[in-house]
Design a protein around this ligand. Structure first.
Ligand code: PMP
Length: 352
């Protein structure tokens, strides 16, 4: 080994779901099957290429203002970034600087471990119970910070706001991050609690309910003090995270509340129907409040189903990791895409 190797920051990176370059039924990365709001198409046509000569506004004012208005908070309570991955990574860097361990669930968004390793943050995973629920008492112990998604991924389980508040209330000496990537498909958001708890940051994204995973927009809502700390870290890292186009398209997506509600409504309706179809086929799953369902079959092997689906151009997500070896995560697509999935599964099981 060369001497310089010792100085290199080595990390085991996060592995994102596959993005096949040909047309498949893509139910593997929780994207929205519907297009972004019509205003976004308009904005794409209206954006002058000459704008690209200039650096974007480092404060991302138009987008911050649009989000502040949408949530009824001050612009100094909103931080935007390149997808919620960027926002969460900045949060880890900014808020998790204790010698004490940060806490997050054992089965959760696998990026948390990667950021903790990257930034040398000590962590301890807390085991979900046998039904994949968070155990709130596990988060009462001394720690260097807490993060969990609600709904959790990949389980799709939503914990109600009293439950979330209990964890925040028991951790007022550290920062608690609630990752709400899927909240629009679920229920009440912890944004309701930001005036009550100074230690709370809520992170959301345009990638799921707003159909803009390709644009990379995420945001955090908190109090002005914590948002300032985040901005200070951002300006010490990269001033121009948000490009000209994401600012313009993002504003249009936030403006169209009716379209957003209609799209979310359609996905929730398809999800509820898909639960019935999965049940009829003998699958079991925790009740989903997200845009995906985490399914297991008592008779058929998850990896085999995954491979068979893939061979037929139907992509779902499979990890094969501890405690979830027999589970598949299936994103809710359009009704038509889901019909193809269920037709395939019916045939596959009949021939087994
Ligand atoms: N949090 C959770 C729980 C997620 O599942 C995802 C999607 N992979 C993200 C955050 C990041 O999403 P994005 O960067 O597209 O906003």
């Amino acid at each position: 080994m060369k001497a310089f190797e010792k100085n290199i920051r080595k990390v085991e990176p996060y592995v994102p779901g596959e993005q096949p370059q040909r047309k498949v039924i893509k139910l593997n990365t929780n994207e929205n099957p519907y297009p972004p709001a019509p205003g976004v198409t308009q904005a794409i046509q209206n954006l002058s290429v000459d704008r690209l000569r200039l650096y974007p506004d480092p404060t991302s004012k138009v987008l911050v203002d649009a989000l502040a208005e949408y949530y009824g908070v001050g612009p100094d309570q909103v931080f935007v970034g390149v997808g919620s991955d960027d926002v969460l990574s900045m949060c880890f860097l900014t808020f998790f600087n204790s010698e004490k361990k940060i806490l997050f669930p054992d089965i959760t968004y696998s990026f948390y471990k990667v950021w903790a390793d990257l930034y040398r943050i000590p962590y301890e995973c807390q085991k979900l119970d046998e039904n994949f629920h968070l155990v709130k008492e596990d988060y009462y112990k001394e720690n260097g910070g807490v993060i969990f998604p609600n709904p959790n991924a990949p389980t799709a389980i939503y914990e109600d706001l009293d439950f979330v508040e209990d964890i925040i209330a028991h951790n007022q000496d550290v920062i608690v991050i609630v990752d709400e990537a899927y909240i629009d498909f679920a229920g009440r958001s912890a944004i309701e609690l930001i005036d009550k708890y100074e230690n709370l940051i809520v992170v959301q994204t345009f990638s799921k309910a707003r159909s803009m995973a390709g644009m990379r927009i995420g945001y955090a809502i908190s109090n002005p003090k914590l948002i300032k700390y985040l901005n200070d870290a951002k300006y010490s890292f990269n001033s121009y995270t948000m490009n000209q186009t994401s600012l313009a398209y993002g504003v249009e997506a936030v403006k169209d509340k009716a379209y957003f509600e209609e799209t979310v409504g359609k996905i929730v309706e398809t999800r509820e129907w898909a639960k019935e179809e999965f049940r009829k086929l003998g699958f079991e799953f925790p009740d989903s409040k997200a845009n995906f369902i985490f399914v297991t079959h008592p008779k058929y092997d998850a990896r085999e189903i995954f491979e068979a689906l893939k061979a037929n151009d139907i992509f779902v997500r499979f990890w094969g990791s501890e405690r979830i070896e027999q589970y598949l995560r299936v994103t809710i697509g359009t009704r038509e895409e889901m019909e193809v999935l269920f037709d395939f599964l019916r045939k596959y099981f009949a021939e087994k």
